[in-house]
Write a protein that binds this ligand. Structure first.
Ligand SMILES: [Zn+2]
Ligand SMILES: [Zn+2]
Ligand SMILES: [Zn+2]
Length: 496
C-alpha cells in the first residue's frame, strides 16, 4: 500500500484512533479496508460474517500486523502505544489495577485538539477530565446522538473519518485537508506537567485512590489536604480475611457508616432545610386533607426524599414508619455492607486496596472507618446539592431531562477524593498519618426554588393532614377503590 502519510502527523502520546482516522481521511480509505490490509494473518483468515462490525482493541492493537503498521506509519505503532501507556502510568505501577483500567473505554476528546486531527492518551486518561493542552473540559458524549462512543477501531460506532456513526463530525477537514495536522501543542496544565516529569514520586508517602474517583489535580503536591488524622498503632488490627469473614468487623463498619449518614442527614435537615421540615413530612408520609388531592410538593422536600432514597437504594420514596428518620442498624451480619448503598462498592475498592497494600500486615481498624467516614460524608453531601439543583426540573418535567440515578452518576463523575499516608517512626509512639485530598466541582449554592408551604398558615395546615400510606388506607378504606387507585398512581408517578 502506497499510503499518503507523514511522520509529523504522529504526536507524543497520540492514540492509534486518531492516527488511523488521519490515514483513512488522507487516503480516502475505509476503516474496513485499512483493517483488511493491516490485520495479522490470524484475523485475515478468520471467517467472520459480520466483518464490518468488528470491534478492534486500540490498547494492544493485537489484531494488527506489527510489521505492516510499521511500513505504513514508519513507526512501530504497537510499541509506540505501549510506551505511551506505560510512561503515563509510571506513578501508578504499584497499584493493583491493570494499566488499561486508568483509561476510559469510551472516546473522550478535546474539540480544539481534534480540529488539528489530534487525539491523545491524555484525553483518555481517567485522572484528567480536561484537556492538558487547552484546559478545556473534555467531551465524552456525541453532541448529536448523545451517546458514549466506544474507544475501539470499528465501523459500528464511527462513520466517515473523524465522525460518529450518527454523522456528527469531530472535525471538518474538507477544506483545509491535512494542513494543520503537524501542529504541536504544549501541555499547559501544571498537574499534568508534574505527573509526567517523573518527579512525581511519593517518597515514602503512600497513596490510596481509585481510577474512577481521583484526579491528577488532587494528587499533585500543590493541592492542599482537606482533612488529616494520626492513628496510633495500638488499636484493633484488621487483616484482609476479617474484611471478608469477620462479622464483628463488618457490623462495626456498617454501624460507623450509619453514624456518618446520620451526621449528614442531621446537617441537611437542621441547617439546609430547616424551614422545610413540614414539607418533608408531608411528602414522605403521604399527608393530605380528607377528600382533597395531594398538595403541591415542595422542591426542597422532593430533593431530600429522593436523595435519601437513591443514596440508600431504598425501595420506596415514602416512609412506612412515622418515625421516618430511623434507619436499620442491623446490617453487616453477612459480610461487607454499608447503609449508603449507592457507594458501597466504590468504598470497598479503596478499603480493599488499602488492606491488600499492607502486604499481609495488620492495619488499624480506625483507619478504615476514617476512610469510610470521609468518603461517605463528602459524597452524600455533594450528591444532596446535585439533587437540590435538579429537583424543580424533575418536579416540572418528570424524568424527561434527567432522573435521580443520572444525577447520582454525574455526582460520581465530579467527585474526586484521594488519601496519602505515611508511617511515623517516633521513639515512643509509632503511628500512621493520614491526609485526605478532595475536590468537588459541584455547585453547593442553595438554589431558590418556590416552596408551596412558605406561609405559616400552610405549614400549620400540614400538621392537621392525614397520612395516606398504602398500608393504612388498605386498613381504613378497604373498599374505596377510587382512593386506593388515586394513591397508588400518585406513588407510581413519583417512585422511579
Ligand atoms: Zn486540547
Ligand atoms: Zn453521534
Ligand atoms: Zn418547603
Amino acid at each position: 500500500m502506497q499510503a499518503i502519510w507523514r511522520n509529523e502527523w504522529i504526536h507524543e502520546y497520540e492514540t492509534p484512533w486518531s492516527i488511523f482516522e488521519k490515514l483513512s481521511f488522507a487516503n480516502r480509505i475505509s476503516r474496513g479496508n485499512i483493517f483488511k490490509f493491516a490485520a495479522n494473518s490470524f484475523e485475515k483468515n478468520k471467517n467472520n460474517p459480520k466483518k464490518d462490525e468488528r470491534k478492534i482493541d486500540l490498547f494492544s492493537l493485537k489484531s494488527f500486523d506489527e510489521t505492516i503498521l510499521e511500513t505504513i506509519f514508519e513507526v512501530n505503532l504497537v510499541k509506540f502505544t505501549q510506551q505511551s501507556l506505560h510512561s503515563l502510568t509510571i506513578p501508578l505501577h504499584s497499584h493493583r489495577y491493570p494499566v488499561t483500567s486508568w483509561f476510559s473505554k469510551h472516546l473522550r476528546w478535546c474539540s480544539e485538539c481534534i480540529s488539528y486531527g489530534h487525539h491523545s492518551w491524555l484525553h483518555q486518561f481517567k485522572l484528567l477530565d480536561y484537556c492538558p493542552f487547552h484546559n478545556t473540559k473534555l467531551k465524552e458524549t456525541c453532541p448529536k446522538c448523545e451517546m458514549n462512543i466506544p474507544f475501539i477501531f470499528s465501523n459500528r460506532f464511527f462513520g466517515n473519518a473523524f465522525s460518529c456513526k450518527c454523522g456528527f463530525q469531530f472535525a471538518d477537514f474538507s477544506n483545509i485537508l491535512w494542513e494543520n495536522w503537524d501542529t504541536k501543542f504544549k501541555i499547559v496544565d501544571p498537574a499534568t506537567l508534574l505527573w509526567l516529569s517523573k518527579t512525581f514520586n511519593f517518597e515514602g508517602i503512600r497513596t490510596l485512590f481509585s481510577p474512577e474517583s481521583a484526579s491528577l489535580n488532587i494528587l499533585s503536591d500543590f493541592h492542599p489536604y482537606v482533612s488529616m488524622k494520626t492513628f496510633t498503632q495500638n488499636n484493633i488490627k484488621i487483616l484482609i480475611d476479617d474484611f471478608y469473614y469477620s462479622t464483628q468487623f463488618n457490623k462495626e463498619l456498617y454501624n460507623n457508616n450509619v453514624n456518618t449518614f446520620q451526621t449528614v442527614d442531621r446537617y441537611i435537615r437542621k441547617k439546609v432545610l430547616r424551614n422545610h421540615s413540614n414539607c418533608i413530612k408531608q411528602f414522605w408520609q403521604l399527608l393530605k386533607n380528607d377528600g382533597e388531592d395531594f398538595p403541591d410538593i415542595c422542591p426542597y422536600a422532593y430533593a431530600y426524599v429522593n436523595w435519601r432514597k437513591t443514596l440508600l437504594k431504598s425501595e420506596r420514596f415514602y416512609s412506612s414508619d412515622t418515625r421516618s428518620s430511623v434507619v436499620a442498624r442491623s446490617g453487616g451480619r453477612y459480610g461487607y455492607e454499608l447503609l449508603t448503598n449507592a457507594i458501597t462498592d466504590d468504598i470497598k475498592l479503596l478499603l480493599e486496596e488499602y488492606v491488600l497494600s499492607s502486604k499481609g500486615k495488620h492495619v488499624n481498624k480506625d483507619t478504615l472507618e476514617w476512610i469510610q467516614e470521609q468518603w461517605s460524608y463528602r459524597f452524600s453531601l455533594a450528591f444532596f446539592y446535585d439533587c437540590l439543583n435538579c429537583a424543580n426540573d424533575i418536579l416540572l418535567y418528570g424524568k424527561k431531562h434527567t432522573d435521580w440515578d443520572k444525577i447520582l452518576m454525574s455526582t460520581k463523575a465530579n467527585f474526586k477524593i484521594a488519601f496519602k499516608y505515611q508511617e511515623i517512626k517516633g521513639k515512643r509512639d509509632k503511628g500512621i498519618n493520614f491526609k485526605m485530598y478532595y475536590e468537588n466541582t459541584a455547585n453547593t449554592k442553595i438554589p431558590e426554588h418556590r416552596c408551596p408551604n412558605h406561609s405559616l398558615k400552610k405549614k400549620r395546615a400540614i400538621s392537621k393532614m392525614k397520612s395516606y400510606l398504602p398500608a393504612r388506607i388498605f386498613m381504613d378504606y378497604p373498599k374505596n377503590y377510587e382512593l386506593i387507585n388515586y394513591v397508588s398512581s400518585y406513588i407510581k408517578k413519583h417512585d422511579y
